[in-house]
Design a protein around this ligand. Structure first.
Ligand code: C2E
Ligand code: CA
Ligand code: CA
Ligand code: CA
Length: 283
């Protein structure tokens, strides 16, 4: 791993790695890597657009591979999905992120609890133990369910039947927030949003790319404005991903987006980055 700008890691170039590392090699190394503790989590702050306060963080898993350095999730999550290792790996991420969130809670009382967002893959969603495991993790750590947000991609829920939605409904009923991740990339039927047990839309980065520099494309603005107003009329909060510039942040705030995440605020980093930012409380 190359350390850069303080404590954070730079992920290896995915294209280079595709050539250098065989899928097979990585796939067979996954189970032992989990046992050996080669995975770690970086946390990226989520910021309230209204007042700039840190509201929580998203847990993003990395693999510190002994030969290949730090690998990003795009390089191994699909393999873990394919082999089923994503279930124990995802459980580890949840456990570790929830433990970390409890640690943060103890240092912050005055501005309300920090929330923790954890990604759920489709295979985890289909796993019968999801609700039981999640409840057990929360109880063991002593984190209130309302501090956890599980992120499920829009594409994982397209055409989902009631059987797939049931565990999410149960978790939502317990107070866990469900976010629809990468929203807008899946061509889902907007009317369908109403029957999903979600409380947050995470607007995909592709929608906000065109807003990085002024002048901002008026059509992009109209589209985001439309999505925000639809979301709010359904009582969903809107989080925007990939905010890289002040121009983007300003426009998205004006459009009524609730929370934001992106390099403009902070890159994913080690847990103490969040601790520092949240105690400083405005970035
Ligand atoms: P995602 O859930 O959409 O996560 C956001 C991705 O955007 C992260 O990439 C993050 O580092 C990156 N990002 C954040 N801010 C910016 C920005 O301002 N500009 C740009 N260009 N990118 C930004 P990362 O960490 O490589 O993760 C990629 C994907 O891997 C995630 O996309 C998520 O789908 C998946 N993933 C990560 N951790 C987990 C996990 O624990 N479990 C599962 N199932 N999937 C995970
Ligand atoms: Ca996510
Ligand atoms: Ca996303
Ligand atoms: Ca994404």
């Amino acid at each position: 791993a190359k350390a850069r700008g303080g404590n954070r890691f730079e992920l290896a170039d995915p294209e280079l790695d595709e050539r250098a590392i065989t899928r097979h090699g990585l796939t067979t190394a996954l189970p032992a890597a989990l046992e050996r503790g080669e995975f770690f989590i970086e946390y990226q702050p989520l910021v309230h657009m209204g007042d700039g306060r840190v509201h929580g963080a998203e847990a993003l898993v990395r693999w510190s591979h002994p030969q290949h350095g730090v690998l990003g999730p795009d390089q191994f999550i699909p393999l873990a999905e394919h082999t089923g290792l994503i279930v124990p790996l995802g459980r580890w991420v949840l456990q570790e992120a929830v433990r970390q969130a409890c640690d943060w809670q103890q240092h912050r009382t005055e501005s309300g609890p920090l929330r923790i967002n954890v990604n759920l893959s489709p295979a985890q969603l289909q796993h019968p133990g999801l609700v039981k495991d999640t409840v057990a993790v929360l109880e063991r750590a002593g984190l209130e369910p309302g501090a956890l947000c599980l992120e499920v991609t829009e594409s994982a829920l397209i055409g989902a039947d009631e059987g797939l939605l049931q565990p999410l409904r149960q978790l939502a009923a317990l107070g866990v927030d469900i976010a629809l991740d990468d929203f807008g990339t899946g061509y889902s039927n907007l009317a369908n949003l109403r029957r999903l047990p979600v409380s947050v839309l995470k607007l995909d980065r592709s929608f906000t790319k065109g807003m990085q520099q002024a002048p901002v494309d008026p059509v992009d603005l109209k589209i985001v404005e439309g999505i925000v107003s639809l979301a709010h009329s359904l009582e969903l909060a809107v989080t925007v991903e990939g905010v890289e510039t002040g121009v983007q942040a300003d426009r998205l705030r004006e459009l009524g987006c609730d929370t934001a995440q992106g390099w403009y605020y902070a890159r994913p980093g080690p847990p103490d980055q969040l601790h520092t930012l949240s105690l400083a409380d405005a970035i």
